[in-house]
Design a protein around this ligand. Structure first.
Ligand SMILES: Nc1nc2c(ncn2[C@@H]2O[C@H](COP(=O)(O)OP(=O)(O)O)[C@@H](O)[C@H]2O)c(=O)[nH]1
Ligand SMILES: [Mg+2]
Ligand SMILES: [Zn+2]
Length: 408
């Protein structure tokens, strides 16, 4: 993160480079070369089968919340209402007038929110951490989110007159990651603000790599303007290198930045440390994949609150939405989080989905129907390309699983 509230030219360059890579993906080129062939054949009218076996339910931890299964049987207007709330939540990143207000009346000192829960927040100001309350003026109506202040927020803090501190204003956010509230969904909670990197941690084994979750996080990163970095941990448990490469090849083709780490052997930890330095990074991934271990390896004295979070079970699930910003010696911040599938997906529409799967979208022009969604339609070139091994099976699988969940 950058405390000036802007993405640095270096970070902007990296994001632009990532986006260019996605567009230029060699696989995509290869696919478009064979487009014509599929246009002619138009075979494969297989019906789409909803498969759930890919996702290993056994590894889904307590703190993950599935997409609301009721949505499918909900009355239409209720679906619409929920959708509108989601969209409003996603599109209201900050109060526009915040900067002007500051300029007009000096409301206080600027600080960075290190942790936040409800109407209390820990704020770092001039290297010092103070506990603050949050002025009750910032309501859900103003911000579109249930919580007024989140980790990573830059805020203005004033003395409350009795020795305490009050967060008066949240400065406009550059980026934002949110998730549906576990109980009040689809109303959204902000998980972290002003983040510039999303470190997607997946273990190779124990638990097995979960590609669908990686694909979801890639979407979340891209649509929120955050640079994704895929980190495959526990590479000490790889026993078949070719299997590893086959699983990761789709992401190599997309031009993703991929780290290969082991918190046990120390492989890749230096590279990870370098990647984190100078940025503000949110770490996401299933519990048990080694997020805390990796952060400890990067910097042994990081005060990891994560065990506290993952040990927490039972009714107090709201605690899992807490994240804490940890300061890195080399500059920058990291926030560890529990695994949340719906991260950053609020308001995603069916029509937008293909754009997040460029290797699928690249073939779409050859589908029989111009509005083909590549799910059950006859003459789908994506289906045909997948049969030929030109589209990674795992990516198409993720696409269809996410497609199934999006409101029509
Ligand atoms: N074999 C192996 N085990 C690891 C590695 N990293 C973490 N672990 C183990 O995986 C378990 C979960 O790690 P933890 O850091 O708590 O995961 P988190 O829930 O993602 O924070 C612990 O028992 C770690 O010792 C690794 O690189 N290799
Ligand atoms: Mg942890
Ligand atoms: Zn199609």
């Amino acid at each position: 993160m950058n405390l000036e509230g802007k993405i640095t030219p270096e970070q902007a360059k990296r994001i632009a480079e990532h986006q260019r890579n996605v567009e230029r993906s060699s696989r995509r080129k290869q696919i478009s070369d064979v487009n014509k062939r599929f246009r002619r054949t138009g075979k494969n009218n297989r019906g789409h089968v909803r498969r759930k076996d890919w996702t290993d339910e056994a590894y889904r931890p307590e703190d993950e919340h599935d997409f609301d299964p009721l949505e499918r049987v909900m009355p239409r207007d209720e679906q619409d209402r929920r959708r509108m709330v989601e969209e409003a939540a996603f599109q209201t990143p900050a109060r526009d007038d915040a900067t002007d207000e500051t300029a007009a009346t000096p409301l206080g000192r600027q600080g960075l929110v290190i942790s936040a829960a409800g109407l209390s927040a820990q704020v770092e100001m001039d290297g010092e951490q103070v506990d603050c309350t949050v002025r009750g003026l910032m309501t859900e109506l103003d911000t579109g989110f249930l919580n007024p202040v989140a980790v990573g927020d830059r805020v203005l803090v004033a003395e409350d007159g009795s020795g305490g501190w009050v967060v008066e204003t949240v400065l406009p956010r550059t980026t934002l990651l949110s998730r549906p509230d576990p109980i009040l969904a689809p109303r959204q909670l902000v998980i972290a603000a002003n983040v510039d990197q999303l470190l997607i941690v997946s273990s190779w084994r124990e638990p097995d790599i979960w590609l669908e979750l990686i694909d979801r996080y890639l979407i979340a990163a891209e649509r929120n303007g955050i640079l994704p970095v895929i980190c495959i941990n526990k590479v000490d448990l790889i026993d078949d290198e070719s299997e590893y490469h086959a699983a990761l090849q789709p992401y190599v083709d997309l031009g993703c930045h991929i780290l290969r780490t082991s918190a046990v052997t120390g492989v890749g930890v230096d590279e990870l440390r370098e990647g984190l330095e100078g940025s503000s990074t949110v770490v996401v991934g299933l519990s048990g994949t080694g997020k805390s271990s990796l952060l400890s390896a990067v910097q042994p004295d990081l005060q990891l609150r994560t065990s506290e979070i993952s040990d927490f079970s039972g009714q107090g699930r709201h605690t899992t939405t807490r994240a804490q910003l940890l300061k890195l010696d080399g500059g920058g911040y990291v926030a560890d989080t529990p695994g949340i599938r719906e991260f950053g997906m609020a308001g995603l529409t069916l029509g937008e989905l293909p754009a997040y799967f460029p290797e699928i979208d690249a073939v779409a022009a050859a589908c029989r129907f111009s509005n083909c969604m590549h799910v059950t339609e006859p003459g789908c070139a994506v289906d045909a390309a997948a049969e030929e091994g030109l589209i990674p099976e795992s990516r198409l699988h993720s696409y269809r699983l996410i497609w199934d969940e999006l409101p029509v």
